[in-house]
Design a protein around this ligand. Sequence first.
Ligand code: SAH
Ligand code: SF4
Length: 428
Amino acid sequence: MNVHESEKLAGMLVSLGYTKTEDMKFADVIVFNTCSIRDGVDQKIMGNIGATKKLKKNKPSLVIAVCGCMTQADGASEKVSEKFPFVDIIFGTHNIHLFKEYLLKHKDSKKKIRDVWEKEKGIFETVEMLRDNLFSNAWVNINYGCNNFCSYCIVPYVRGRERSRSPEDIIVEVKGLINDGYKYITLLGQNVNSYGNDFEDKSINFAYLLKTLNELEGDFRLKFMTSHPKDLSEDLIKVIAEGDKISKYIHLPIQSGNNKVLREMNRKYTREHYLCLIDMIRKYMPDAYISTDIIVGFPGETEDEFLDTKDIIEKVRYDGVFAFMYSRRKGTVADKMENQVDEDTKKDRIHRLLQVSKSITKDKNKELVGKKLNVIAVKNTEDGFETMSDSGKTIFVENTDLNVNNFYTVEITRFTKNKLFATLTKGE
Ligand code: SAH
Ligand code: SF4
């Protein structure tokens, strides 16, 4: 979400005649698009903003702007202006579409601008984007905000309530991207499964959107993130299974494998329900790639409760696990809980969890030998033609020349030292 919003900010700058530079020394404008999901990220941003003070001293015309989730949080924008008085423009998450206006106004008046909206005001379609084009992937927002209020999470406070983009706007954007040659279209939302919940017409939901986009003409694949387990239905799983252009890749964050912790996290599902979903996904898509997010050290999490999470990782055998140490976020329910877990315990738990998940991923890579996968050609290398699977795995296709940015079906032949090798399947 943050990366895609940076593409929008960059697009606005390009429309004003700016070009991108990799070296801050040459910059005329520096925008910090901040994330505040965990404390470590917050700290890093503060350090980076501080480091630009010298640049600004050497080049007073340099414009420094700070926006994103960190500045949106209660009282944070005031803190940024106090701590870094040299920052010129500060805005939040709800008004990024106004960045261009703020920049022009500042350049004209030389006055500092601080404008953080308290609440979201609908959806503002942004047309200008400087897309990164990394592996031909284009991000497309489908819904903004979040209504779930997981007790540890800052997102609902800094992103506002859930609101869905109209299917028409999404379809126009996706068609344009396909015409421009993008091969992967990744639909973005904090909870894509609740797409359309805010529409009067209840027939427009995420399953409908996926089905409609799957029918568009062109050589492309659809991806999406993130799916909340409480809203993943059998109907939707069937649509994903049946869509020939839909990646069989589901990121399904469980957060914890213990029911008491899940309840206190306000996740609204149990481990049993979650395991049923995994069975259902595998029933319709035996080779689906499934990944998850985990939080260790949530307030009050005991060793036994943590072991339930470790157990679920061993049961599901994920293809990818993103594990985080619980981080206190001001204003959230969990931050007020008294039984916070100490940092050493969190570190120990994340370490043990990642050991288990790494060894499972390694075994799963070995099990891929003999399987067929959809890949996109990236570049020629010494190890063979580098390709990427729908789920982001790097696979080297041997003894063949491929066309970059084209899709192929390959068969995995061997796995060595963390590298996967394949050959083209017959008929390709
Ligand atoms: N909407 C997505 C998550 C977005 S945040 C979803 O519900 O799946 C991405 C991940 O960051 C979350 O899945 C969670 O694992 C992690 N996260 C969020 N808040 C956190 C916190 N306070 N401490 C540690 N990890 C956190
Ligand atoms: Fe945060 Fe939960 Fe919303 Fe995801 S669903 S953004 S974890 S509150």
